[in-house]
Ligand binder design. Structure first.
Ligand code: SF4
Ligand code: SF4
Length: 333
């Protein structure tokens, strides 16, 4: 079977598995990315995400992840939700976390795809990734023509927007390679201007250590006082730079039941966040990305926000000194 036919089959299977976009790039050393990644790390833009310093060589060369790799199959799945009423107290959670943990959903879809690829193309070596290993997935998606990396560093798909999860199948199958996507940011700088923490100091470069997503999800220590009053409502992640991007006027709601909003989590009031037991949180968030942050981290994020807003911010609930019954529960946690 020739590479053209194989590539057609791969792209057909990607659609069958539920992906909205699929492109293929040749598995090569990412020469241009090496100095960029080095400079980003040197500037300390990874903050406490020390795992970013590891596996430098692997990050730049997929053939070190899959010996003999020929192709990087890049996949994108829409997660843009239907509009929903805002939270009664204004607490905001990034759209990507509305439904089930995307790692599991995409991994399952890619495994299904690989299974069928093997049936139709014969056996091959592969690994699948979705924000889960040393893979520069946005760089690969751009090389595979799926979209371009915007000035906010997210992948933007022309006429579809940026609310997409990305996944990659690195394999030793030779396929037909797509042309890289063109950059359509032009003179726009909306995302840079809208970022409340000035985390986009230069176009196409995000200072991860200043990003609200980092503060509310990744950071293990306390959010620095200097960030007080810079943002008022995000308790998990941040969508501001994507919300202001003109390309997201093309976003359309997804149709995957797994990404349907988990209202029990999304609608919790401040009081409920402090009253819920660890056990109940574990149960309710079992399939949610919020589980990764954990209950204490979310509570600390709320405390930080409410400190910014002042003590009257929340419906007479004193979350700095919760009732003694809750204090006891916290100690146990
Ligand atoms: S996610 Fe929020 S904090 Fe991070 S770069 Fe975008 S606007 Fe700034
Ligand atoms: S807001 Fe403008 S500059 Fe930023 S990613 Fe979108 S198009 Fe590019």
């Amino acid at each position: 079977m020739d590479t053209t036919r194989k590539t057609q089959i791969v792209k057909h299977l990607a659609r069958e598995a539920g992906f909205d976009f699929c492109g293929v790039a040749q598995a090569v050393y990412l020469e241009d990315e090496a100095p960029r990644l080095e400079a980003w790390l040197r500037r300390g833009y990874h903050g406490e995400m020390h795992y970013m310093e590891k596996w430098f060589d692997l990050r730049l060369d997929p053939r070190k992840l899959v010996p003999g790799a020929r192709s990087v199959i890049c996949l994108a799945m829409n997660y843009y939700p239907e509009p929903r009423p805002s939270h009664p107290e204004g607490l905001k959670i990034s759209r990507y976390a509305y439904g089930e943990d995307y790692h599991k959903v995409l991994r399952k879809a890619m495994k299904t795809m690989v299974h069928e690829m093997k049936r139709q193309l014969g056996d091959f070596s592969f690994r699948v990734f979705t924000d889960s290993g040393p893979v520069m997935e946005k760089v690969w998606a751009a090389r595979a023509g799926v979209g371009w990396m915007g000035k906010h560093s997210n992948l933007i798909i022309k006429k579809a927007g940026s609310f997409f999860f990305l996944g990659e199948i690195i394999c030793d199958v030779e396929l037909e390679y797509d042309a890289p996507a063109h950059d359509h940011c032009g003179t726009c700088t909306r995302c840079m201007e809208a970022c409340p923490t000035e985390a986009i100091p230069r176009p196409y470069e995000v200072d991860g250590s200043k990003c609200i997503s980092y503060f509310t999800i990744e950071l293990k220590s306390h959010i620095p006082e200097s960030m007080q009053n810079t943002w008022n409502d995000w308790i998990f992640g941040c969508d501001i730079c994507q919300e202001v991007c003109p390309w997201n006027r093309f976003s359309t709601p997804h149709n995957r039941p797994e990404f349907e909003p988990q209202e029990k989590i999304l609608n919790k009031t401040v009081r409920e966040w402090f009253e819920i037991t660890e056990e109940l949180f574990e149960e309710q968030a079992a399939r949610s990305p919020l589980k990764r942050a954990g209950l204490n981290k979310i509570r600390n994020n709320i405390r930080f926000l409410k400190k910014s807003l002042g003590s009257n911010a929340s419906e007479n609930f004193n979350f700095f000194n919760p009732p003694s019954s809750l204090n006891k529960r916290s100690k146990k946690e």
